[in-house]
Design a protein around this ligand. Structure first.
Ligand SMILES: Cc1cc2nc3c(=O)[nH]c(=O)nc-3n(C[C@H](O)[C@H](O)[C@H](O)COP(=O)(O)O)c2cc1C
Length: 238
């Protein structure tokens, strides 16, 4: 059990270049997807499909799609950034500011300051270094009964993500979730390149590979006593 908690705590985001010479063994890829398939899903609806892209030219074509960057994202993102380890340790939520291009680290940013170039150069090289890109599709027709807005179905996709992530990391394979392929021109372009039917939504994508160098950054969490309430909301702790 302690091993499981250790694995859970060691699971991490690998926002790094992957070694293009180290491919993912088919057997390992199968294990990662199999782990995903054993995730709990509401009413066991297994409401997903996964497209695996490992063709270099195809991944390059995906990386070459020009994206957009939304002012809303940058403004809301700013509030979640920390600019020192001390700040992040204190906040216990959010991510280090250094993860984002300089122009995005400005609370007074204007639309005109945001160029797609920042975003694209930020992502393009990472994508190009990716041996395997997985695209998880949400199938709204496999909806759990009486799930308003299919809230339960969306939660289910998160369970699939976590299982795949833990399996990958347990095999020593780096895993990086990329949400920005699910909207705007990236979503449209990928849909076309991969022949994704209109009725399926791109929920999230993940990069699999072996990091050229490990992504070392401070990872923080809220304390258990901070988010648990004993018998009554507001009575903190267990
Ligand atoms: C639904 C979801 C979407 C995410 N989208 C992204 C993303 O687009 N890019 C990224 O680098 N990380 C993304 N992440 C990873 C989180 O930022 C990361 O899990 C969090 O900062 C904690 O860091 P850790 O994974 O290293 O523990 C996403 C995670 C989840 C669960």
């Amino acid at each position: 059990m302690n091993d499981l908690l250790t694995l859970i705590k060691k699971r991490h985001s690998s926002r790094v270049f992957f070694d293009q010479k180290r491919l993912i063994a088919k057997d390992d890829l199968h294990k990662i997807l199999e782990a995903g398939s054993w995730a709990p899903t509401a009413h066991n609806m297994q409401n997903y499909e996964v497209v695996i892209a490992d063709d270099k030219k195809l991944i390059e074509a995906i990386a070459a799609i020009k994206g957009t960057i939304s002012l809303t994202f940058v403004k809301e993102n700013y509030k979640q950034l920390s600019f020192s380890e001390e700040e992040l340790r204190k906040k216990k939520t959010g991510v280090p500011g250094t993860m984002f291009p300089l122009a995005w680290r400005n609370p007074n940013v204007k639309k005109a300051d945001l160029t797609a170039d920042d975003r694209d150069s930020f992502m393009q090289e990472e994508l190009n270094s990716t041996p395997v890109l997985g695209i998880v599709l949400y199938d709204p027709t496999r909806r759990a009964p009486a799930s308003k807005g299919d809230f339960l179905g969306i939660i289910s996709l998160g369970c699939v993500m976590e299982n795949m992530w833990l399996m990958a990391n347990s095999l020593g394979i780096d895993f990086h979730i990329v949400s920005s392929l699910s909207n705007g021109p990236m979503e449209k372009g990928i849909r076309k390149l991969l022949g994704i039917p209109e009725n399926l939504m791109i929920a999230y994508s993940f990069r699999l590979g072996y990091a050229v160098y490990p992504h070392k950054y401070l990872r923080v969490r809220r304390d258990v006593e901070d988010f648990t309430h004993h018998n009554k909301y507001g009575e903190k702790g267990i």
